[in-house]
Design a protein around this ligand. Structure first.
Ligand SMILES: CC(=O)N[C@H]1[C@@H](OP(=O)(O)O)O[C@H](CO)[C@@H](O)[C@@H]1O
Ligand SMILES: [Mg+2]
Length: 516
């Protein structure tokens, strides 16, 4: 087993020892950092029978990459090598014999309760003080941990709701003075996951007169992530089970642990229209850019994408909006890291995981501008809106609930329905596919996963296929969470995108050692 793109993941049965050992590792990391460390038990959008575990660093960020290999090593030794392996970590990292504190939370999978107890046992074995936060969304645990380590030792789940509900209400108070927003009601598929109950609590704190959400797939009857949730809707490009869609109504989906959000609708011909992470990023970035401009504040804004970003989103942002873009490999830890290099960084994976990072100095600058007597009333107003907007964002990690509030606030401010939003640019038709190969590690990529380096025959083959299709683009990479090679293709028509994906899949199969 290995600590992959998003921690350890796999079939829940027989994985208890990994969770127990990650509890131990979290305790060691806590001693080293002299701060609380988080452990989240979830397998996100995977099927209900899977589970997973990931560690969260003190400021609510992902576990430092240098510790991923320690986690992998610790998970893979036999029981009789365990003590020796722990000693090695303690020695090599110079871990002091100080106190430890570990925060644990879990998603709603049937296996999550007992696996979170295994984490607790492991952490307790090193004398850590454990705080079991029970059922939470992944971003809630990131938030609570960051607040706690920031000095707010009483922080709890309720604090999260109060914080974001009041931030949202504060912004709406300002924008709704001028807005004639009609389409308040919208429909949310919660993937039968933990997000359903949590979103309901948040919405209650906001008030039904301000936000009106009808929740579907709340976990009362259906199975987690089965024919529903953000990943299903994004990959299948169709409505989740249980939803009867109507043209131009607004729909959204969370994934199983509520760190991904996507929107969708139908056009007048009942074609399915997806507003994915790319479109949310474009909405956020243009809103921020416009308000920075109106407030005459000069800050460096950037959008961070991966190779999966739709080609037309990239064109729109660079050529029409003049916004700086960076591309990183897949995995939010890479996007987050890059976002921090900008004054304001907006990052999203196309699948709907993303957030905004702002450094404190810039936040102060924006807050100060809102009261600056040397600025015009219009400039101050834009700065105030921007400040309130950024308060809605969970900066530690992509958070479906916060992102949802942020989207809703912008639509209200702009007085936009989903129609105006999706028309900001038209996506190129695209297709994702998976290919089974004997050993996916033989595929090596470069240029932020946009080119294959090894096997050397593969990239020329892809290039030749891509040339045949107008607006064609395709790339392949080994998945970090599944034993497959992923293929992405886009082209001018859906037929061509499907065709290209199939041709490239075949090339991967033939050159990359396909099986089955
Ligand atoms: C194409 C795609 O959506 N890939 C996902 C998926 O990673 P893979 O390495 O592609 O399996 O899971 C990751 C963790 O959730 C997420 O960060 C990433 O975007
Ligand atoms: Mg998730």
């Amino acid at each position: 087993v290995s600590y992959g793109t998003a921690g350890f993941r796999g079939n829940a049965s027989g994985m208890e020892y990994v969770f127990f050992r990650m509890g131990m590792l979290a305790a060691l990391r806590s001693k080293l950092k002299e701060a609380a460390i988080g452990v989240m038990v979830t397998a996100s959008h995977n099927p209900e029978h899977d589970n997973g575990v990931k560690l969260i660093d003190p400021q609510g960020e992902m576990l430092a990459q240098s510790w991923e290999s320690l986690a992998t090593a610790l998970a893979n030794v036999t029981n009789d090598q365990l003590i020796e392996q722990l000693k090695q970590i303690i020695d090599s990292q110079k871990i002091p014999l100080s106190n430890a504190s570990v925060f644990i939370a879990r998603d709603s999978r049937p296996s999550s309760l007992s696996l979170s107890r295994a984490v607790l046992d492991g952490a307790s074995a090193f004398g850590a003080t454990c705080h079991d936060h029970g059922l939470l969304t992944t971003p809630q645990l990131h938030y609570i941990l960051a607040c706690y380590n920031g000095g707010d030792i009483k922080v709890d789940e309720e604090h999260y709701y109060q914080n974001y509900a009041s931030a949202f209400k504060a912004l709406l108070n300002v924008v709704s003075l001028f807005s004639r927003f009609h389409q308040r009601i919208f429909y949310l598929d919660c993937a039968n996951g933990v997000g359903a109950a949590k979103l309901t609590k948040l919405a209650e704190r906001i008030g039904a007169n301000i936000i009106d959400i009808v929740v579907y797939n709340d976990g009362q009857s259906g199975k987690l992530n089965e024919n529903c949730g953000a990943d299903y809707v994004k990959v299948q490009q169709r409505a989740p089970a249980g939803l009867n869609m109507e043209p131009f109504h607004r729909y959204a989906s969370f994934d199983g642990d509520a760190d991904r959000l996507i929107y969708y609708t139908l056009d007048s011909d009942c074609n399915f229209i997806l507003l994915d992470g790319d479109k949310i990023a474009a909405l956020f970035a243009t809103y921020i850019r416009d308000n920075l401009k109106k407030a005459s504040i000069n800050l460096r804004l950037g959008i961070i994408q991966t190779a999966y970003a739709n080609g037309n989103s990239t064109n729109f942002l660079i050529n029409q909006q003049n916004i700086e873009i960076a591309c990183t490999p897949t995995g939010v830890k890479y996007l987050h890291e890059k976002a921090l290099t900008f004054d304001i960084g907006v990052y999203f994976e196309a699948n709907g995981h993303g957030t905004i990072t702002v450094n404190q100095e810039c936040k102060n600058k924006i807050s100060a501008a809102a009261f600056d007597p040397n600025k015009s009333a219009e400039e101050r107003f834009a700065a105030k809106k921007l400040k309130l907007f950024l308060d809605i964002i969970n900066q530690t990690v992509g958070d479906a609930m916060c992102d949802l509030l942020a989207v809703e606030a912008i639509l209200q401010d702009k007085n936009w329905s989903v129609k105006e939003w999706y028309r900001i640019y038209t996506e190129l038709p695209n297709r994702q596919a998976k290919v089974q190969v004997a050993d996916r590690r033989i595929i090596e990529t470069g240029d932020a996963e946009r080119k294959v380096i090894l096997p050397s025959m593969l990239q020329p083959a892809i290039d030749e296929l891509v040339r045949k299709y107008p607006s064609g683009r395709s790339f392949v990479r080994p998945s970090g969470t599944e034993d497959v090679v992923r293929v992405y293709a886009e082209a001018n028509t859906q037929e061509n995108a499907d065709d290209l994906a199939q041709q490239v899949s075949l090339a991967v199969y033939n050159i990359g050692g396909g099986v089955g």
